[in-house]
Design a protein around this ligand. Structure first.
Ligand code: C2E
Ligand code: MG
Ligand code: MG
Ligand code: MG
Length: 291
């Protein structure tokens, strides 16, 4: 907080830098207690099937409510958890919580909702990952078909190792999605080897899709490639009807973004499920009138 008062010209001096590091160490210490102190929770963001207008799945997104700092973004604390190894117990907690939640929605009589859970690189190197996922599915009694794991392209371990791991995970009956697709530097060749079900187009491509011909070309190319490979496509970060319109015409299967819903609590999912559908219907109808 004090750093804001330091004049601009001092920004690259040592005191500020070391404060940055000190900050990080403090954050890391707090992170270690956060799990035991129940400071984490999950929000869920709906993914809408564009053909049916149904909310078929949700993505689980971890949140950290720090006692003094307030909300800390996962973009900040996930990389720290990753570096200090905390991602293993935290990742397990996230997976277990998400699976229990999906089961609970089912027991509450909601239509079937798949849950997508993000995996970190560190978890892929976890020796007992497959075993752990299997156990969590058993304990939660969630049908494996209702769990999707999201991996990112940047997670390229060795291609053979990764292929083997994904096959073992798939054997449990779960689905695999490639998150933030198009932002990594890995070659496309893995797409033919990996047993994946779904590509998620990163929101940086979607953002300017109606203004930037290059983004338009890339998004169209990803969708058509996914079709040829028989993969489902989810577009992330849809905020505007114009973006939706472009993706719909392009044949995108699923949409996730603020236009339909922000990430919300599990209670909000169950309590406003019908309102959410109504909202989705309205947006889709609005789109038909525009055309
Ligand atoms: P991600 O997995 O690509 O998740 C999508 C992010 O985009 C989420 O940010 C979501 O809130 C945001 N988003 C969705 N729709 C829109 C939109 O229309 N506009 C904008 N501007 N943003 C939108 P969030 O929750 O802050 O998460 C950021 C990243 O942190 C995630 O990106 C993921 O990489 C990581 N993360 C979040 N939760 C978890 C988790 O449970 N485990 C792991 N390993 N990583 C997580
Ligand atoms: Mg994700
Ligand atoms: Mg993403
Ligand atoms: Mg991301």
């Amino acid at each position: 907080r004090e750093s804001r008062q330091i004049p601009q010209r001092f920004l690259f001096y040592k005191p500020y830098m070391s404060k940055g590091i000190a900050e990080r160490i403090l954050l890391e210490q707090d992170l270690h207690n956060a799990l035991a102190n129940n400071e984490f929770y999950l929000d869920y963001q709906p993914q809408v099937n564009l053909k049916s207008g149904a909310i078929e799945s949700v993505e689980a997104l971890v949140r950290w409510q720090h006692p003094n700092r307030g909300f800390v973004s996962p973009e900040i604390f996930i990389p720290i958890a990753e570096e200090c190894g905390l991602i293993i117990p935290l990742g397990k907690w996230i997976l277990e919580t998400a699976c229990q939640q999906a089961k609970q929605w089912e027991e509450q009589g909601l239509p079937p909702i798949k849950v997508a859970v993000n995996l970190s690189l560190g978890q892929l190197f976890q020796q007992d990952l497959v075993e752990m996922v299997g156990e969590i599915l058993q304990r939660s009694k969630l049908d494996a078909h209702y769990l999707q794991l999201e991996i990112t392209e940047s997670m390229t371990m060795n291609i053979d190792q990764m292929t083997q791991l994904l096959h073992e995970l798939k054997a449990l009956g779960i689905q695999i999605a490639v998150d933030d697709f198009g932002t990594g530097y890995s070659s496309l060749s893995y797409l033919k080897d990996f047993p994946i079900d779904c590509l998620k187009i990163d929101r940086t491509f979607v953002r300017n899709v109606q203004h930037n011909p290059n983004d338009e070309a890339l998004v169209s190319m990803i969708i058509s490639m996914a079709k040829h490979l028989r993969l489902k496509v989810v577009a992330e970060g849809i905020e505007e009807v114009e973006q939706l319109s472009f993706l719909m015409e392009g044949g995108c299967d699923y949409i996730q973004g603020y236009l339909f819903s922000r990430p919300i609590s599990p209670q909000q999912i169950s309590e406003t499920f019908h309102d959410l559908h109504h909202h989705v219907d309205e947006v889709l109808t609005q789109l038909q009138y525009k055309e």
